[in-house]
Design a protein around this ligand. Structure first.
Ligand SMILES: *Cc1c(COP(=O)(O)O)cnc(C)c1O
Length: 381
């Protein structure tokens, strides 16, 4: 099976992990801060806080920004469930904003309309999670202008978008957001096995995040409410979690980060190649906003004339690991039980009905890509 996504691990990555295995620390050693520094430097941001997953990163960002019961978080329905679940972990409500049918990102027009209504009803969101779907950034300057006007906070879910650019600005730099979250799951742009990070320009937020990822405990006398009893002393000042990354994972992540430019170049080359090879087939290729540069986590086409189930099954039978991103989150039974249902976000639903994710990862060879295209052409008579 040619997978839709997979990691690319080389000898340097293995050596980096092996060096940690031979060192004094498997966790809470020097590799985590080294990875955080490299990440912050790469995207051009003062702070990066490494955590155990992007899901943990979303949860902690929401908590640190003060999301709680009675508050609302809005996000795109075209995302992985974690982008919405983070609000529920905090006891807050979730709502969705329908997608832009060209980019499949949250629609800024729909967002603006919904905010007008929400202001009238005094139900403005506290946080909007903006997902850079497939690696293509959403228009952050426009969203930030709305955030300023209506007073909500912005978290960028950049699980797909490490290395992407929004009007020449690196995603992760938080030029127009309070925080950006990244995922290092094996199918994402770089991997640490499991892992995630939050980047931010806000020093106080970064401190709160690093405390929350480790039980809410601080060892810094400046952060303590009482007086230290001695060198062993620590204080728990908030209810935190165990969301730490290990040194093993951080070493892999840092080694992978050195390879980011190569990964991005190959992903962009393969995407351009798909664009050429698929020309003429009865499908919609991904539209690229000329003001933005995608990290190409996913290459998604929409079938124009053929029912997806048959095409999907024919390709899987031919050893092509196609996939579907995403089942609209509001249609999941958990969210239906909260009152959402079919017809709520028609653009996301129409997109979902026709979407098909083709294999795309740095190790995909030209010959494998040719096989994907030939099988797809054969399934679209
Ligand atoms: C993968 C993904 C996540 C969750 O990442 P984990 O590191 O697996 O927790 C969140 N949001 C989006 C958009 C994702 O694709």
């Amino acid at each position: 099976m040619i997978p839709y996504g997979r990691q690319d691990i080389d000898a340097d990555d293995i050596a980096a992990v092996e060096a940690v295995l031979r060192s004094d620390f498997l966790t809470q050693g020097p590799a985590v801060p080294a990875f955080e520094q490299a990440l912050a430097q790469r995207v051009g941001v003062p702070h990066a806080v490494a955590v155990s997953s992007a899901t943990a990163a979303l949860h902690l960002s929401c908590l640190a920004l003060g999301l709680g019961p009675g508050d609302a978080l809005w996000t795109s329905p075209n995302t992985f469930v974690a982008s919405a679940n983070c609000a529920r972990y905090c006891g807050a409500d979730v709502d969705f904003v329908d997608i832009d049918p060209r980019t499949y990102n949250l629609s800024v027009e729909r967002l603006a309309e919904r905010l007008v209504r929400a202001e009238r009803e005094r139900r403005l969101p506290k946080i909007v999670v903006v997902v850079h779907f497939a690696g293509q950034p959403a228009p952050m300057a426009e969203i930030a202008a709305l955030a300023q006007h209506y007073g909500f906070r912005v978290i960028e879910d950049a699980a797909h978008a490490l290395g992407a650019e929004d009007q020449q600005r690196a995603i992760g730099a938080c030029t127009y957001s309070d925080a950006t979250i990244l995922s290092f799951h094996p199918v994402k742009i770089i991997t640490s096995g499991e892992g995630g990070a939050i980047t931010t320009r806000d020093t106080v937020l970064a401190e709160r995040l690093s405390q929350l990822r480790s039980h809410g405990i601080t060892r810094d006398p400046q952060q303590m409410q009482g007086v230290s009893d001695g060198p062993w002393y620590y204080e728990q000042t908030a209810l935190g979690f165990h969301y730490r990354l290990t040194d093993l994972q951080a070493a892999l992540g840092r080694s992978q980060l050195c390879r980011l430019d190569g990964f991005l170049a190959r992903r962009r080359e393969l995407a351009a190649r798909y664009d050429r090879l698929l020309d003429g087939l009865p499908l919609l290729r991904p539209w690229q906003d000329p003001q933005r540069r995608s990290a190409w986590h996913l290459y998604v086409v929409q079938l124009l004339r053929h029912p997806r189930p048959a095409v999907f099954e024919q390709l899987r039978a031919a050893g092509i690991g196609v996939n579907v991103h995403y089942i609209p989150v509001h249609l999941q039974p958990y969210y239906r039980a909260l009152g959402f249902g079919p017809g709520d976000f028609p653009d996301a639903e129409a997109y979902y009905a026709r979407a098909l994710t083709l294999p795309l990862h740095p190790r995909l060879s030209d010959a494998e890509q040719d096989r994907v295209v030939a099988a797809l052409a054969g399934a679209l008579p």
